[in-house]
Design a protein around this ligand. Structure first.
Ligand SMILES: N[C@@H](CCC(=O)N[C@@H](CS)C(=O)NCC(=O)O)C(=O)O
Length: 214
């Protein structure tokens, strides 16, 4: 493994938010956090919306991976995919064709479902986003209701599985934890209504990698 001084890859990010910790957690699970140099971008002061950063990612979002040939890769899952291929052990996105398909199915279900609803709620309520998006109370109402439905469905799914995609920890668990960080934790509350989700949450919360969500 490369030491800190040998880093050639960079990840542009900031400490909080829900997406940068997804990638850091993935790298910690793989034991390769030290192979990457992290570059802090001052999101609070809009540095990610300035031309210099938009030259790296026209969307202005973080995280962004910069490879040593100058390629920029945005989107957390795409960045994780790069590291899954370059550092296959331990696998976090499945090994066989079947397992890869199952993990991807679950990761997409979580990302396009609960994670998105929780993200919608945050973007449409936090003062930080007031000048960045058109905040709409209807989106918040629909988001809350949809997030509850997703929690009910996931709770039933987790009855016979330890983790989201099966009996091993995968990227889909990191994505679900990110959804919890964004607000799903408050939806499940004491867990009485969602015992399997509550069991999953208390199990994965023990992992050091998920302390990146803070
Ligand atoms: N789909 C992207 C979402 C990236 C994203 O929205 N990042 C947020 C931080 S959690 C961001 O950059 N927000 C700052 C902004 O939009 O100005 C991913 O998976 O990485």
């Amino acid at each position: 493994m490369a030491g800190k001084t040998e880093c050639s890859m960079k990840i542009y990010q900031f400490k909080s938010g829900a997406n940068p910790p997804r990638v850091r957690a993935f790298l910690i699970e793989k034991g390769i956090l030290e192979t990457v140099e992290f570059v802090h971008v001052d999101v609070a002061n809009g540095v990610n919306r300035q031309p210099e950063f938009k030259a790296k990612n026209t969307k202005g979002t973080l995280p962004v991976l910069e490879l040593d040939d100058g390629t920029f890769v945005a989107e957390s899952v795409a960045i994780c995919r790069y590291f899954e291929v370059t550092y296959p052990d331990p696998p976090l996105m499945g090994v066989t064709a079947k397992d890869q398909a199952v993990v991807e199915m679950w990761n997409r279900r979580i990302e396009l479902g609960l994670f998105r609803h929780c993200d919608d709620i945050v973007r449409n309520t936090l003062e930080f986003f007031q000048d960045k998006v058109i905040q709409d109370e209807a989106v918040v109402r629909v988001g809350r209701q949809s997030a509850k439905h997703e929690c009910e469905w996931l709770d039933a799914e987790l009855l016979e599985r330890r983790y989201v995609a099966g009996q091993t920890f995968t990227i889909a668990d990191i994505t679900l934890y990110a959804a919890f960080f964004l607000g799903a934790r408050s939806i499940i509350g004491s867990g009485a209504q969602y015992p399997n989700l509550a069991r999953w949450y208390s199990d994965v919360s023990q992992r050091e990698s998920l302390r990146e969500f803070a």
